[in-house]
Design a protein around this ligand. Sequence first.
Ligand code: 13P
Length: 253
Amino acid sequence: MRKQIAAANWKMNLTLQQAETLMDELIATPHELNENQEAVFGVPFPYLISIKNKLAGKKNAFVAAQNCYDKKSGAYTGEVSAEMLKSIAVDYVILGHSERREYFNESHAMLAAKIDICFANGLKPIFCCGEPLAIREADTQNSFVETQLKESLFHLTAEQLTGFVIAYEPIWAIGTGKTASNEQAQEMHAHIRSVMANQYGAAVADSISILYGGSVKANNAKDIFGQPDVDGGLVGGASLVAADFAVIINSLK
Ligand code: 13P
């Protein structure tokens, strides 16, 4: 049975003090994770150790970096390596977020290299994909997303992709308050699963957790997560409010 995941992406928000307060509030707010469910916190690099410490002893709760560099080490001022993240016991790394693809020109090939270096260091990637509005309006989102998957994932082995995590985030739904409809989300998630099944077989595809991201809120999470191929969410804005994110965690199937 594949994992259901409520993942927070705090992006470039909060001071350390605000971040610690948010985590204390969330821990104090009733929420439940069963065996098959995880809460993942994608926090800014400087807060990873502190938030990891706050989650010590909490069942099925993990931290994620929001990026890492694709080189092993060396003269890359300002970058953070997968080995550094491993050394502070980070669990997951969000890769290929549309904001990184757009503002930092992250290419398919660079993302493939980042995934490889994460695997080499025992870090679990959360691979983001999703189309911009113009592609959705032209109704070519399926082939657009398929290319993103092929170009960055198809060099991996079936073993590496077993239990892998993909986040589908339609760019037009990020931070806009406009979510994909339940039908649009289900349709794309089923498409992603079929692309992976065609390449790697049904067993691998069925083991992959596919999260939906884009204006997931406390009041719509249950409906979206209720779709058969939606295995949780990657949540921006609503993950910055403890009460809301607790509801989102409780909305996992
Ligand atoms: P919002 O939930 O704020 O729309 O952000 C989604 C997102 O980009 C998560 O990675």
